[in-house]
Structure formats: structure tokens, C-alpha cells
Design a protein around this ligand. Structure first.
Ligand code: F6R
Length: 613
């Protein structure tokens, strides 16, 4: 059973149940098909588990609360097999002494299970996690840390676990092997979590565990060690975001809040990276110096989903500004197509979470083959950030909605900055052009605000398409890259089928699907391609399409003659247009989903952080 889940743990002086529940709420984006908690109460180890959203667990705990100052909790997202109470976490061994929550996969669990069954262990679920609790119980000889260590050494796979045992209820044990895990440090209380927002209400000081590290946690301290048992010293990491940024701040949904945060996120991503005179990009701590950049002969951009769509814009940006051949690839395909990686290849991985399994695997493969890897990610201390040679952190702040918005646009900003910095190093763009582009970039936040102020117009557009079965997004060049993102956004939250097409490609087959009333959203922001796209719009209209134009200011007068409805985005340099034209598309997806009554922040079948391949 594969899982991608949220883990939380508490040991301290307060009642653990509300802390575990609050923590799980912050992690619900990691999975939300079942949830559970284990607490050490006056009766010993007690567990409550429910299927479905966390609110079900909350209701259950209201009826039958668990009182105790140490506990672990879990929110789950299954990729195989049905979510059920038996398959939910925490799991225990058959003597009900050792409870475990787990994120990841134990590859050899069947082997281990068979061995344990021969020794008389009886199992309740089909999960690999249950095997962990049995294995630990089997190894227990008076020291839970030693038992966990021995058990972990027998396990193969990628996982993070937290363990609470009735034998030693004053300790929690946490282990990380390739799935994220952090330890929060308070006064007389300690926390475990798979992500920082889960514990931010209680502490800002955290230890970020690396692969192969574990922690023995008591109320007063934490002992950090490798899974071989060697002690390690580690610096605490101080989190300086405020919790409000991780909450809805008055918006109806996280997605809407995050769309509205984009002007701020653009500014934050540019802050400190543009020289005071506005003429150059500066990357104070980027190891990728101008000298190193001059050695690069080719670029591979590798990512998944929305992050890959940002990479597709990045390809245009890098090729136009530096003339260095750049390819993009799905991370899930990259490793298996034996990519041509040479020492002068720069591999750029793009990942909001920095934990996406496919992206991480591609990063490792690229490094193994000798490439230098640059990560563009939103999460400091994430696996991708730690394993890449160089990192550009997008300053989007925590992104909670499953549908990515501000992460995408800040990834675009990162590509623009990188492209200009690189062009300067190579001398491929006149200084005046660099300064002009930077000035235009600094106008983007205010221009995005102008788009956001027209939310009602966009809502009306969204309502006009929401009842359709299927629609198309078309565009050329950068507009096509943005069309792909607009289509994905709409699909994932409104569940309306849509396809993005390079506008010129439509007539090579897909035009057959255009019939009376089918909506076509046509992006027209690129002056030099605009006439061409307009003729594709006319082809679609001649077959009955109802065309909505997303058009740059200045091109609108002409477009108005051919489209049925139009939204005009402020004028900017063509290269920068994606950072504006995507905003109405995000809002169209959002309002279409709201119109249809869907759960915008937690769309069906999806989870925020995809830590399985
Ligand atoms: C769509 C979306 C996904 C992610 C993809 C990669 O809105 O969010 O397509 O972009 O799963 O995730 P990260 O960027 O965390 O690697």
C-alpha cells in the first residue's frame, strides 16, 4: 500500500489531542482520505481512526476523547487500495504495545510480514506500516530506540515514521529515510511533523532531519543520531514566517488567497536580487557564478505538472536571452529515456514542495551522471533544495491549496531573473535591454493587482464556461506554455475536461471536436504571433466555437473584432506576459470550480505533495 501522508507527534505537558488535531489540519493537504491518532492515556495506548476527512476524526474524538500528554497522529492519502479504518494509521503490533505512523513505502514488507507470521504475529491490515509496528515489537528488549534502529535496518524503502510505545511512554522516536520529517523544539514540550506549518503555532525552532537520521524525543530534549546509532550535532532552524501566512486571512479558500498573494510574492521573489540601480540581477548566494554559467552548453529543465509548465516558460526565457539550447522534460520520463547529460549540462529542477518523488529521482540521476543541478523551489530545507548544487528559493510563502498558483508565478520570476543574470554573464543581451526588462518586471506586481481588481469580470467569464463538458485553450509560443497551465488548473479543480493546443496545431485533427458553442480560450499576448493566432481563432469560430480572448493591452482593438468575449491584461514585454496572462486563467478555474460547488482547496483524487513515484 503506497501512501503519501501527514505525520504529527507531541510530547509535553499539555493535552495532546487538540495539538495533534490542529497539526493534522495543517497537513491535510498531504492527504485526506483517512486519519487517526494514538495517545498514551491512563488506560495505556489508545487509538481512534476514521475514514474520510479529518472532520470525521474530530467528531469521533468529541464523542470519545483521548486524554494524555503524548501522542502521534496521521492523515493519509492512499494511492492503492481502499481507504479503510483497518488500513488507517496509527498501526500497532498484535500485543497493542507499539504504535506507528508512517509516510512512504516499505518495499520488502511482504518478506518481513511472512517472517513475522511464522513467529506467530497476527496482522489486521494490508499495510506495510503495520509490519513496522510488529517488527519494532519483535525487536524490543527494553530500549525502544534500539528496537526502532534494529527494525529500520531490516526495512527497505523510503519512509518517515514516528513511534509511540506503551513500554516507554515518555519517549517518542522519529526516523527519516527519504520522506520529510522535522522535530519542533519547545519549552518542556517537543513536536514531530512531516511539515513545518503543523507545529508553527507552538514553536519556530526546528531540527530538519536528513535521510538516515533519527531522533529520540523526551519532554525536555531530543537526541539526534544516525540510524546506525552515531550521535549527530545539528543546528536548529528558526522559521520566520508568521502563521497568518499559512492561514486563509479572510478569503473563502486558500486558492483564492494565494492567487491574491501573487503581487506580494513577485515582490518578495525579486527582493534583494535586483541591484540598487535597477540595471543588474544579483544572486548573492548562488554558487552558479558568471564564470560557471559561461561553461554551460545545454540546459535540461525537469519537473512535474504546474512546475513543468513554469519550466516551459523558462525554456523560452533561457533560449531567448542566452541562446543556450534548452529542453524540458517530465520528471517521471526523464530518468527512463537515457537523457544525454554531459558535464557542461545544467539541469534545472523546479518544484514548489521540493519533495516531489519524480523530481527528486530526476535530480539524483542528473547528479549521478555528472550534471550540475540548480533547484528552483519554494521550500527551504526541502530534499530538492538540499540535494541540488545550487538553489533559487521562490519566495511564494507556504502554498496550501492543492492547485498551485503563486508557486508557478514566482517560478516564472525566478526564470526571468536567472535568464537576465545569465545573459549578462554571456553578453548576449545589451545592458540597456537588461535594465528595461528589470524595470518591466518591477511593474508586474502592480499590473497583477489591476487584474485581481477585475475579479468580478473574470467570474462572469468562468460562469459562462462552467456548464460546458469540454473546452480548449489555444496559444502560440509563450501563450501556448500558459495555455497548458490554464487547462491543467481548470481540469484539476473544476473537473471540466479541457485541452491546451498550440494554436496552429488545432487544424491538424483536433478541430474536428469544435462544434457549435464549444468554448475556446485564446491567448494573444505575443505581438509577433498575434496575427497567426487570430487566424486560428477564425478557423475555430467558423466551426461554431465561442471564443474568449485573453489579450494584451494594445492588441485588443483588433482582437475585439474576432472574439466573442475578451479579458485584457496590462501591457508588458512579451517575454513577461505569462506572469500576467496566467492570472485570469487561475481565476477562471477557481470561479468555475466554485460555481460547480467543488471543494476548491482539496480537489478529488489529488494531494499537495506527491512523494510517491
Ligand atoms: C497542479 C500542481 C501539480 C504540481 C506537481 C509538482 O496545480 O500543483 O501539478 O505542480 O505535482 O509539485 P512540486 O512543484 O511540489 O514539485
Amino acid at each position: 500500500m503506497l501512501k503519501m501522508c501527514g505525520i504529527v507527534g507531541y510530547i509535553g505537558y499539555r493535552d495532546s489531542q487538540p495539538i495533534l488535531l490542529e497539526g493534522l489540519k495543517k497537513l491535510e493537504y498531504r492527504g485526506y482520505d483517512s486519519a487517526g491518532v494514538a495517545v498514551f492515556t491512563e488506560h495505556g495506548l489508545e487509538i481512534r481512526k476514521t475514514v474520510g476527512r479529518l472532520s470525521n476524526l474530530e467528531a469521533r474524538l468529541r464523542e470519545q476523547p483521548l486524554r494524555g500528554t503524548v501522542g502521534i497522529g496521521h492523515t493519509r492519502w492512499a494511492t492503492h487500495g481502499k481507504p479503510s479504518v483497518a488500513n488507517s494509521h496509527p498501526h500497532t503490533d498484535h500485543t497493542f504495545k507499539v504504535s506507528v505512523v508512517h509516510n512512504g513505502i516499505i518495499e520488502n514488507y511482504l518478506e518481513l510480514k511472512e517472517e513475522l507470521m511464522l513467529k506467530g504475529h497476527r496482522f489486521q491490515s494490508e499495510t506495510d506500516t503495520e509490519v513496522i509496528s510488529h517488527l519494532i515489537a519483535a525487536e524490543y528488549d527494553g530500549d525502544i530506540v534500539r528496537a526502532v534502529r534494529k527494525a529500520v535496518r531490516k526495512m527497505r524503502g523510503a519512509f518517515a515514521i514516528a513511534v509511540l510505545t506503551e513500554y516507554e511512554p515518555d519517549r517518542l522516536v522519529a526516523v527519516r529515510l527519504a520522506s520529510p520529517l522535522i522535530i519542533g523544539v519547545g519549552e518542556g514540550e517537543m513536536f514531530v511533523a512531516s511539515d513545518i506549518p503543523a507545529i508553527l503555532e507552538y514553536t519556530r525552532d526546528v531540527y530538519i532531519l536528513n535521510d538516515g537520521e533519527m531522533a529520540a524525543i523526551t519532554r525536555d530534549g531530543v537526541e539526534l543520531m544516525t540510524i546506525e546509532g552515531n550521535p549527530i550535532a545539528k543546528e536548529k532552524f528558526h522559521v520566520d514566517w508568521d502563521l497568518m501566512t499559512a492561514e486563509k486571512a479572510g478569503f473563502e479558500h486558500f486558492m483564492l488567497k494565494e492567487i491574491h498573494e501573487q503581487p506580494r510574492a513577485y515582490r518578495d521573489t525579486m527582493r534583494g536580487r535586483i541591484a540598487a540601480d535597477g540595471r543588474d540581477v544579483v544572486f548573492p548566494d548562488l554558487g552558479l557564478t558568471p564564470e560557471r554559467l559561461r561553461e554551460i552548453r545545454r540546459v535540461h529543465i525537469v519537473a512535474c505538472g504546474t512546475a513543468l509548465h513554469a519550466g516551459m516558460v523558462g525554456k523560452h526565457v533561457i533560449e531567448r536571452l542566452t541562446r543556450i539550447p534548452t529542453e524540458t522534460d517530465y520528471a517521471s520520463e526523464y530518468r527512463y529515456r537515457s537523457p544525454i547529460i554531459t558535464p557542461d549540462t545544467l539541469v534545472i529542477v523546479v518544484s514548489q514542495s521540493g519533495e516531489t518523488a519524480d523530481t527528486l529521482a530526476a535530480l539524483r540521476e542528473a547528479k549521478r551522471q555528472g550534471a550540475r543541478v540548480l533547484a528552483i523551489t519554494n521550500v527551504i530545507g526541502s530534499s530538492v533544495a538540499r540535494e541540488a548544487d545550487d538553489v533559487i528559493i521562490t519566495q511564494a510563502g507556504p502554498e496550501i491549496a492543492v492547485a498551485s498558483t503563486k508557486a508557478y508565478t514566482t517560478q516564472l520570476i525566478a526564470f526571468y531573473l536567472l535568464g537576465l543574470y545569465w545573459a549578462k554573464a554571456l553578453g548576449t543581451l545589451p545592458d540597456e535591454e537588461i535594465a528595461r526588462t528589470l524595470a518591466a518586471m518591477q511593474a508586474l506586481p502592480e499590473q497583477a493587482e489591476r487584474i485581481l481588481a477585475q475579479g468580478d469580470d473574470i467570474k462572469a467569464l468562468a460562469e459562462s464556461i462552467a456548464r460546458h463538458q469540454s473546452l480548449f485553450f489555444i496559444g502560440r509560443g509563450l501563450d501556448f506554455a500558459v495555455a497548458l497551465e490554464g487547462s491543467l488548473k481548470l481540469k484539476e479543480i473544476s473537473y471540466i475536461h479541457s485541452e491546451a493546443y498550440a494554436a496552429g496545431e488545432l487544424k491538424h485533427g483536433t478541430l474536428a471536436l469544435i462544434e457549435e458553442g464549444v468554448p475556446v480560450i485564446a491567448l494573444m499576448t505575443q505581438e509577433e504571433l498575434y496575427e497567426k493566432t487570430l487566424s486560428n481563432v477564425k478557423e475555430a469560430k467558423a466551426r461554431g466555437a465561442r471564443v474568449i480572448g485573453i489579450v494584451s493591452e494594445g492588441l485588443d482593438a483588433e482582437a475585439a473584432k474576432s472574439v466573442d468575449r475578451m479579458f485584457v491584461v496590462p501591457r508588458t514585454l512579451p517575454l513577461l506576459a505569462p506572469a500576467l496572462s496566467v492570472v485570469p486563467l487561475q481565476l477562471i478555474a477557481y470561479y468555475a470550480a466554485v460555481t460547480l460547488g467543488h471543494d476548491v482547496d482539496k480537489p478529488r483524487n489529488l494531494a499537495k505533495s506527491v512523494t510517491v513515484e
